[in-house]
Design a protein around this ligand. Structure first.
Ligand code: 13P
Length: 250
């Protein structure tokens, strides 16, 4: 049985000004004065704060991640940021295929896979997001929807490079609602099966994060579920105290 070191990533989404770096300092303080964290800690701020988070987080072991990247390395794509640019300012991770980007920017599985490939090419570890809508779950399609997203969004390169999968049921994001522990266990087991089917032993080592209303109150039980190898935290990652409580729940 492989042991996978857990990872907790905070996704700040479109939140955070330079003043928010105080929250990062507070988190660094908690991480360095308290018990050593049992998880890899990643903070994914808006692109404007990435360089500062990477520089400031380094001494306390906080890693920086982007929230998105373009598929190409450079060129005429106004407003876009490439994976190489994220790496250049110190990012080690990048979220790709978050449901908010799939919805707001019409990102398809094929595009998400291309972004994951671009991230790997730039030396980043992509955090590839999948998850069903509430209607899909109600229709009994959650497993097949997620299996299809995995098949098309996770690149073949995941067989040789480190990637992370994040299961985020869309209806649980920012709603305060979560699936039952049994539903989380079953979905994560299914994702594990698909990854092992495709990547063999390597698939058994890929971290599968849970995301969607992960909070200090529910983190301990959710993070203890089999095949839940950490979490992707939205709202609760904005406050150092809450995020630290989640990290300490591992
Ligand atoms: P919340 O934790 O705010 O529900 O957001 C989850 C999420 O989308 C993380 O990427």
């Amino acid at each position: 049985m492989t042991t996978i070191s857990p990872l907790i990533a905070g996704n700040w989404k479109m939140n955070g000004l330079t003043s928010s770096l105080e929250e990062l300092s507070a988190l660094a303080q908690l991480l360095t004065t308290g018990e050593a964290p049992r998880a890899v800690v990643v903070v994914c701020p808006p692109a404007t704060l990435l360089a500062a988070v990477a520089a400031q987080g380094a001494s306390s072991g906080i890693m920086a991640g982007g929230q998105n990247c373009h598929v190409e390395a450079a060129g005429a794509h106004t407003g876009e940021v490439s994976a190489g640019m994220l790496a250049d300012v110190g990012a080690q991770y990048v979220i790709v295929g978050h449901s908010e980007r799939r919805a707001d920017n019409h990102e398809t599985d094929d595009l998400v896979r291309a972004k994951a490939e671009a991230a790997i090419g730039a030396g980043l570890k992509p955090i590839i997001c999948v998850g069903e809508t509430e209607a899909e779950r109600d229709a009994g399609q959650a497993e097949s929807v997620v299996a299809a997203q995995l098949a098309s969004s996770v690149p073949d390169a995941a067989g040789q490079h480190e990637v992370i999968v994040a299961y985020e049921p869309i209806w649980a994001i920012g709603t305060g609602r979560t699936p039952s522990n049994d539903d989380i266990r079953q979905m994560h087991a299914n994702i594990r099966d698909r990854l092992v089917e495709r990547f063999g032993e390597k698939g058994a080592q890929i971290r599968i994060l849970y995301g969607g209303s992960l909070k200090p109150v529910n983190a301990r039980e959710i993070l203890a579920i089999e095949n839940v190898n950490g979490g992707l935290v939205g709202g609760a990652s904005l406050l150092a105290k809450d995020f630290y409580t989640i990290i300490s729940s591992v």
